[in-house]
Write a new protein. Structure first.
Length: 54
């Protein structure tokens, strides 16, 4: 309850965006492989930024 108004850190925001991109890539993998690969590439770039923050 006390964490209710806590703002997310930049790293948490990037991690959430990474998870969303990977989910979209998984859904697209059955219909459009090229778009799926693009989402995976974006997610990998985000992961590089997340790792660089540590």
């Amino acid at each position: 309850m006390f964490g209710l108004f806590k703002k997310k850190s930049e790293k948490e925001k990037l991690q959430q965006k990474y998870n969303k991109l990977m989910s979209e890539a998984h859904q697209l993998s059955t219909t459009n492989r090229k778009l799926s690969d693009g989402k995976i590439f974006e997610a990998e770039e985000l992961m590089k930024r997340i790792v660089a923050m540590d």
